[in-house]
Design a protein around this ligand. Structure first.
Ligand code: ARG
Length: 590
């Protein structure tokens, strides 16, 4: 189905043509004076100069043509040449009926130009717990992925684990100091290694930061870690096995945490998967004259004319020959292009890494790793702050683990549910708390423009009033409960079809519903799930007005009642589709 405003614009465009002006002036938008009209068109004013016509006269001629169409119930001209429009109830009924009959896509067409998109989000580091900084990449990335797919694009999502060599070397070196007798450190050992890993995830989470701190303070330790990394990369048997175990344990833990966030990936590749491509890439950059030495390091200049600030060169190799963050992102692009040939690679990463991506993107284009016609996009997100506006920390001032944050919000939600429904079974209350708190967390994040920082305010997030996840879910649960009661009273939903709205609140509701496809498209095109959040919040408000305004189940007119029930069902479908695209779900009751 065409979008609502497209249909209206085409109709008004034709009227312009009949009035002797070009069709292109018919663009209709939502009214910015909703108390006056629903839609508006300012084309008469815009056309005045070119067509040497008085805008009021043009608008009146257009209004005359439109008065004969069934699409509008009211067309008025306001000085100095605005067209104020109201859609006819029958037109709205027909439009939403098309959505009603298309349960799967609710009338939304797929894009005419689908692209192959490769997404890089999540970006956790192995052997380190997810912290609050990883929340936004996962939540925004997942929503953007779902939007892109819904629009008909082919998407591959890669978690891009931080698992590069030195990290492993550090862990191995620290483990060797703690448990030197393990068979992995015995070069003469030829038997099978134990099935069980010599550490748990919590031990790993302790080993890694300890090793990392040590290597900064102790040069000898750092050297040992470098040597261990090298040996591991060259295939030393015991170290390879340890690397495998570290990955296995960390990835299992990460998968569990992402599943809890309703976030998933097609690929669980890591930074280290680019290692085989580094030597060839470096040779090529040297041979073609892109890379040169600077203070012992190997760099590629990426400055461009017109830069407002200096963009430092891309660092390809450190003076000791070690690879860096730039190196892994560039070499990773090599296999992404070779194996997936995407039209676009989209990174969802903290805004503070923007410069790194500017450098890498320029270098990848300049050196031909990525052909000129392909898109490299950086979607940077702002920080999650605490009450004071400073990055969210634990009470003790440490890094906030994502797991604890999720637990806090779930516990608070559980307490709230028990408070209002004391007789609910604990297990049911826990289930509901899980679902609702996830919506609270994700919606609280997604409703903000990605680039903006926001304050994590637990009580606000879990409130069932205002622009919150729980408010959206309450509204969905309300639609479900109306439909359940209707069925329990013997109502047959298959007899229900949308009808022409008869009042202000059902008309406003249906007109909002009719905007669904345009809002989803806009959220995708602008990489802004917040656009979809704003839409569903408005839709919930419209629905609740309608609900308070209308006798639905007790409506004495059976035909009217059937129409209302169809409106409720359509509201439910649109809201549930939208929250699914955002990456959360609603419970049956709450
Ligand atoms: N692991 C990195 C970090 O925690 C984020 C990775 C982002 N993605 C990328 N392709 N560099 O900061």
């Amino acid at each position: 189905m065409k979008e609502l405003l497209t249909i209206l614009s085409e109709e008004v465009g034709q009227a312009f043509e009949k009035a002797g002006v070009d069709v292109s002036y018919g663009t209709v938008s939502l009214s910015n004076r909703p108390e006056l009209c629903e839609y508006q068109c300012n084309g008469a004013l815009a056309s005045a100069k070119k067509f040497h016509k008085n805008p009021v006269e043009t608008a009146e001629a257009v209004a005359q043509v439109l008065s004969e169409s069934g699409t509008f119930s009211e067309v008025t001209v306001a000085k100095p040449g605005f067209l104020n429009l109201k859609a006819s109830p029958e037109f709205i009924r027909d439009y939403v009926s098309g959505m009603y009959d298309d349960e799967d896509r609710l009338g939304a067409e797929k894009t005419a130009h689908p692209e192959k998109l490769f997404m890089d989000y999540g970006g956790p580091n192995v052997a380190k717990p997810l912290h609050v900084g990883h929340l936004r990449s996962a939540v925004i990335g997942e929503a953007v992925k779902r939007l892109a797919r819904f629009e008909g694009n082919e998407v591959t999502a890669d978690v891009h684990l931080g698992d590069f060599g030195l990290q492993m070397g550090l862990i191995i070196t620290e483990l060797r100091e703690r448990k030197p007798d393990l068979p992995y450190f015995d070069d003469s050992f030829t038997g099978d290694y134990p099935a069980e890993a010599p550490f748990t995830i919590s031990e790993l989470e302790d080993i890694y930061p300890a090793a990392s701190a040590k290597s900064k303070a102790d040069e000898a330790f750092h050297e040992k870690a470098l040597a261990a990394t090298k040996e591991m990369q060259e295939g030393k048997r015991g170290y390879r096995e340890l690397q495998r175990l570290i990955m296995e344990i960390s990835v299992a833990d990460l998968k569990k945490n992402y599943a809890r966030l309703n976030v998933d990936f097609d690929l669980w590749k890591g930074e280290s998967d680019c290692e085989p491509y580094i030597p060839g890439m470096v040779e090529d950059m040297k041979a073609k004259g892109y890379a040169h030495e600077s203070n012992g390091a190997l760099v590629v200049d990426v400055e461009e004319e017109g830069d407002k600030k200096t963009i430092p060169p891309c660092m390809i190799l450190k003076s000791d020959g070690a690879a860096l963050y730039d190196t892994t992102d560039l070499a990773t692009l090599i296999w992404r292009m070779k194996d997936y040939d995407p039209d676009e690679v989209l990174y969802v990463v903290d805004s503070r890494q923007e410069l790194h991506f500017i450098q890498c993107f320029r270098c990848a284009k300049k050196t031909g790793i990525v052909p000129a016609e392909k898109k490299l996009t950086f979607l940077g997100f702002g920080t999650v702050n605490g009450e004071g506006g400073k990055p969210l920390k634990t009470r003790e001032g440490g890094v906030m683990r994502l797991e604890y944050l999720i637990q806090d919000i779930e516990d608070a939600m559980y307490a709230k549910i028990k408070e209002s429904s004391a007789d609910m079974e604990d297990s049911e209350a826990h289930e509901i708390a899980k679902t609702v708190s996830l919506a609270a967390l994700k919606y609280g994040d997604l409703k903000n423009q990605p680039s903006k920082d926001y304050i994590f305010d637990l009580n606000k997030f879990i409130s069932s009033e205002g622009d919150t996840g729980p408010y959206i879910l309450y509204t969905i649960v309300r639609t479900k409960s109306i439909l359940r009661k209707f069925a329990e009273a013997g109502g047959d939903i298959t007899n229900c079809k949308p009808q022409a709205p008869s009042g202000a609140s059902d008309k406003a509701l249906l007109e909002r519903i009719a905007l669904f496809s345009a809002e989803v498209r806009s959220a995708w095109e602008n990489l802004s799930p917040n656009i979809l959040c704003a839409y569903i919040y408005a839709l919930c408000n419209d629905f609740n007005h309608f609900y308070h305004d209308t006798k639905i189940l007790t409506c004495p007119d059976e035909e009217k009642k059937a129409g209302y029930i169809a409106d409720v069902l359509l509201t439910q479908r649109v809201l549930e589709k939208a929250i699914d695209l955002l990456g959360f779900a609603a419970p049956e009751k709450m």
